[in-house]
Design a protein around this ligand. Sequence first.
Ligand code: HEC
Length: 459
Amino acid sequence: MKARFAPVILLCALTLTSSGIASAADPSATDLVTFNSHIAPIMHERCASCHRPGQAAPFSLLTYEDVAKRAQLIRVVTQTRYMPPWHAEPGYGEFKGERRMLDAEVELLAKWIEAGAPEGHGTPPELPTFNAEWALGEPDLVIRMTEPFTIPADGPDIYRNFPARIPTSEHKWVRAIEFRPQARTVVHHSLFKADPSGRALDIDARDNVPGYKGMGNTQLPGRISLSGWAVGGGARVFPEDAPIRLPAGSAFIFESHFHPSGKEETEVSAAALYFSDKPAVRSRVSISLPPRFGIGAGIDISPGDRDYTIGESLTLPAPVELYGVTPHAHYIGKEFKAWAELPDGGEMPLLWIKDWDFAWQDMYVYAEPVVLPAGATIRSRITYDNSVENPRNPSSPPKRVYWGRGSEDEMGTIIFSALPVSENDTKAIRQAVRALTQKHTRQAAQYLKARRQASRSSL
Ligand code: HEC
């Protein structure tokens, strides 16, 4: 008898131990999800870059107490994908620094919260450390805002430009750039431009207030984009054979967006520049669809229109590599989509934002450059929602919206940062871009004239 039952008991004991082992290694095999074992690493990896003291997010998510007391809200914002903030649709283009939680992480978090958010035994995991130095080492040049700018405790968001003279007597090639805000709780994003004309400094000198208003600096011809930074972002490193030329005597402009935090803050932004001793082997080409921020796209959006669309396309005369993409619209921009139609009939996804948020003006850098052959057509489609149902509509009731520089006017474009695969093709690619831009310049002249006439006749 004994002999017959012994194996059964042994089997039970084995099952118990093996499930015990499985629960430690694989949390999905058990109900015991704890902060210390499973949730803290997710918070530190996915949230702490912004949710820690002195950063832009309104509270820390480092310790058990931080997270447990907001558990229900955290479940909602992660399940709706409101947090971490990342607006590019997964699977439609692959980008560096993608701020997305894995589905399994979202589920694990929900399971933990349903179980009453247990802390677990053992010591809590160590807090992550963050680099206080420049991530890329000693910079070649640090540019700072020339005067501090005060952001009031509350009031509307502020979009403002701060030019500073670049103290170089010769042309430089910029291979990387890193941004450092001082008032981290209020600086939401900053785009960097070089202004070879230096005119930005004159505009700034017109009054005694630091900087000047507006977005995009479209009034400065020949401005050069040096990329940008948004909350949670890191240093920007340009393709090795394509550093960006910085003409001597240029002004450097911080185009910054501030979001008041409830407490008055003072900002002096700094940017570290890293130079290359080698000039660019390939020339950057910027492909804007539509060109010129959409001034020639005829933007005229009736109040209530939920689906106003603009778009443009360009067929490439030669192969290019796309390394980044920057969408731009103002408050009622809704959806951005860009793709390439390939000569063999295939389609290459480039960017899809389903729910544009004006507050996150980001440049998306491809995980690997996207190579497009000659004959490929890049297409963009931008949709606006000017209805009352759009919670981001700044006008209530909605008003008719035209193209303009003010944030309650609209703009619309998707800008690709591109390199020719072979430098020999640069001229042909630039020519194609120029022809499209000229078409839009003619359309813009008609559009602006029609609007002037309309506003005169309505007086
Ligand atoms: C890139 C920066 C960034 C990252 C990463 C980030 N957040 Fe946030 N979070 C913010 C900012 C900024 C706000 C405040 C503004 C807002 O609500 O959009 C915020 C707000 C929140 C709120 C309050 C929302 C509300 O409606 O009051 C919660 C909750 C939150 N984050 C949770 C998380 C969690 C959980 C993670 C990680 C899974 C995370 N966040 C990752 C920047 C970030």
